[in-house]
Design a binder for this molecule. Sequence first.
Ligand code: C5P
Length: 202
Amino acid sequence: SQSFTIAIDGPAAAGKGTISKAVAAELGLGHLDTGLLYRAVGVKTLEGIPAITAAQGLTSKDLQRDDLRGPEAAQAASKVAVIAEVRAALVDFQRAFARRAGGAVLDGRDIGTVICPYAEVKLFVTASAEVRAQRRFLELSAKGETQTLEEVLADVKARDERDMNRAEAPLRPAEDAVVIDTSALSIKEAIAKALQEASAHR
Ligand code: C5P
């Protein structure tokens, strides 16, 4: 069957998740937030399980844990994400999802470059670190997290640094990705831009 894949990459809190969900819902595609895989491995390392063991034994149940969205899971995720064997263990699951009938949206850091280099649509969603930290701060505050804006900004910058400078699948736009800078866009405008790109290739 014909598969249709939309790859959405970019740094933390640039709007990838929101855009991916909206695009998938609008076009009737499946959606995989690939950050969840790394977060699930990350939280296991906090419990003392070696990262590679955790990645190789990951189950769909692990992706449903309630503690995957917090800042501890995010930092732990970006630490295990530098390990080549961890990334390798997660490839097949992501590619199988990408090929599912009816098409799929995958969002992450290396979808357009490594996981789905043949994706029909590739977007790189970005924004300034300050704008991203402000958004993530509001999101976390609403959930009752007590991090200050300064702490959130430091976290975002630390993850950017690790994600962009690792040897294995570093965060960067694919050569044929369309870059969407959401710094000055509303959520509605960002979604409209993404849908416009997706529709052009459908
Ligand atoms: O997208 P999210 O912020 O949930 O990702 C958490 C961390 O997982 C990222 O900072 C990155 O280090 C890692 N990640 C990755 N490759 C992906 C998705 C996430 O390395 N495709």
